[in-house]
Design a protein. Structure first.
Length: 551
């Protein structure tokens, strides 16, 4: 009887382990559990768990079963808490590396010994623990991701006669002269962007570039009027409801404007937080997800496709799952006649899905209360995935939601010319959509009489990064001039009563342009260099400084 009970619990335990984590994820993101797509996810997870449990049950109460359960729980921990990435981050810092390796090995050895010691009862223990966890998730108030307007402390009324400042960061927007005109649509896009900014009276810097490959380095240096060679030197790790992210360690831009009497309204992702540590000056903080399955819920897609996107977003950050995907595909390719389906990694970030709504919110807020305020918006457009066509209509096949990389956003990976050309083709369309959204915004401000005295700043943070080889230190030897241009060439345009509009062709870093034109600092002597990441941003080490190719 006891053996039969343990046999059944062994089959049940993997189901409960993975359902527990998945349901926590769904509740955290506020996704209805009874929606067809979530029910399909639960069914798929249940079937996969039964298959794994069946294999473990057949193994019997042996060391093999204990090792299997240990691996099962390790996968769960990696999916839920990015365990492999945390171990990696712990090890990569140089100080005491040998000791750290020894600690990790001992902990993993001890972890396995526990499972071997409990091999006869491990199914009962896991079933009890994770059944309780599921029950608690269903009954107790769940911690949920907070998006939309965030609570802020009351602030003083802004100085009413100060003209509004509208500052828009377009994440991943390539510069005018960096656009590859050898790819279909590139030349037309370059000309239309010049026409757009000319129509609205901007000064446009066609050869602007960022000195940084990563957003947190680029914007954090820019708002402090600096160009530091220390990777992540001006940003700190932060969290939102337990989710890791970044925040600027300093913000001289906000401080200066606040001292002049401006009150600040921020529209930001949960990736880079500009609202923390600025209490009393932030009048309004709007947060939208850089990646969340809740963005999928309102889409007009089949339930099966939504289910695939939801499960993909849940498991996508797991190093173990991605390694299993790679091994599966390699094995499948070795057995040409197997007929097994491919296990492709799609784009599960959904970063650009929620941005049009944010722009509409920004437009409404500016029209309602403009003077004496800085409106600062970090928008994940035309950042991937490339979901929107030139009319801002969503592509109805999620398989076509490409991003800059074949394997979607992994640093230190390689692409190829065919994928690059394909990705650029739909990236161009997403840029056109972005400009149409901004055109609507500027049109509404113009009609309301707000644009005449306003300062409007629109710039990127880095290039499209649709490279073949990322220009980072480990791949510097194989990165081409075109890779550098794709990575660092970015947009910079400014409109103000004090600034003469027109097109400027000199090569300037956006960090220097912003310091000079917005923060009133002395013009920097342009050195024409960029900083190359080591690939391990948490180390806060000096980056390699190299020349930016002519473009």
């Amino acid at each position: 009887m006891q053996a039969n009970r343990e046999f059944v619990l062994t089959i049940l335990a993997p189901v409960l382990v993975f359902l527990s984590g998945f349901l926590t994820y769904i509740f955290y993101h506020g996704y209805g559990i009874l929606t067809p797509e979530v029910l399909l996810c639960i069914l798929a997870i249940g079937l996969a768990g039964i298959c794994i449990g069946g294999l473990l049950a057949v193994a019997g109460p042996t060391n093999l079963r204990a090792i299997g359960f240990a691996m099962l729980l390790f996968v769960f921990l990696d999916i839920q808490f990015r365990l492999v990435a945390r171990i990696h981050d712990f090890l990569v810092v140089q100080d005491g590396r040998l000791l750290k390796y020894a600690i990790v090995v001992l902990l993993l050895f001890g972890y396995q010994l526990v499972f071997l010691g409990l091999r006869r009862h491990i199914a009962t223990i896991l079933t009890t623990v994770f059944a309780t966890a599921i029950l608690a998730t269903a009954i107790l108030p769940a911690q949920k991701a907070q998006f939309g307007p965030q609570p802020v402390a009351p602030v003083e009324v802004p100085v009413a006669n100060l003209p509004p400042i509208i500052h828009v960061v377009l994440d991943g927007h390539i510069g005018i002269e960096g656009i590859p005109v050898d790819i279909e649509g590139g030349e037309a896009l370059r000309d239309s962007l010049r026409e757009f900014f000319g129509k609205w009276g901007f000064r446009l810097y066609g050869r602007a570039y960022s000195k940084y490959f990563m957003t947190y380095d680029s914007i954090s240096n820019l708002i402090n009027g600096k160009a530091s060679a220390i990777d992540a030197g001006l940003v700190d790790i932060t969290t939102h409801s337990g989710k890791p992210g970044w925040k600027p360690a300093q913000n001289e831009y906000f401080r200066k404007l606040a001292d002049r009497g401006y009150r600040i309204r921020v529209y930001q992702t949960d990736y880079l937080d500009f609202c923390q540590d600025f209490s009393g000056k932030i009048e309004y903080c709007y947060r939208y997800p850089s990646s969340s399955p809740r963005l999928v819920r309102a889409l007009d897609l089949p339930a099966m496709e939504k289910a695939e996107l939801i499960i993909g977003s849940y498991t996508d950050k797991s190093a173990v799952v991605n390694m299993l995907r790679i091994l599966y595909n390699k094995g499948r390719s070795l057995i040409a006649s197997s007929g097994l389906p491919g296990w492709e990694r799609k784009n599960y970030a959904f970063s650009s899905l929620g941005v049009p709504e944010v722009i509409r919110q920004l437009q409404t807020d500016i029209l309602q209360a403009s003077r004496g305020r800085l409106f600062f918006a970090h928008l994940l457009l035309p950042h991937g995935p490339y979901i929107w066509d030139e009319t801002c209509r969503m592509r109805d096949d999620s398989d076509t939601w490409l991003s800059r990389r074949l394997d979607h956003e992994d640093l230190l990976s390689h692409s190829n010319p065919e994928y690059r050309e394909k990705a650029y083709g739909i990236y161009f369309q997403q840029v056109v959509c972005t400009m149409s959204l901004l055109d609507n915004l500027l049109e509404s401000l113009d009609k309301d009489g707000l644009l005449e005295n306003a300062t409007v700043i629109i710039h990127g943070d880095h290039g499209s990064r649709i490279t073949i080889n990322d220009p980072v230190t480990p791949m510097a030897a194989i990165a081409t001039d075109r890779d550098y241009i794709d990575a660092f060439s970015t947009l910079f345009a400014i409109r103000s009563p004090e600034i003469t509009p027109g097109y400027r062709g000199e090569t300037r870093a956006i960090q220097h342009l912003f310091a000079e034109l917005v923060m009133g600092m002395p013009a920097s002597e342009e050195d024409g260099t960029v900083f190359l990441q080591s690939g391990q941003s948490i180390q806060r080490l000096p980056m390699e400084q190299v020349s930016m190719p002519v473009f």
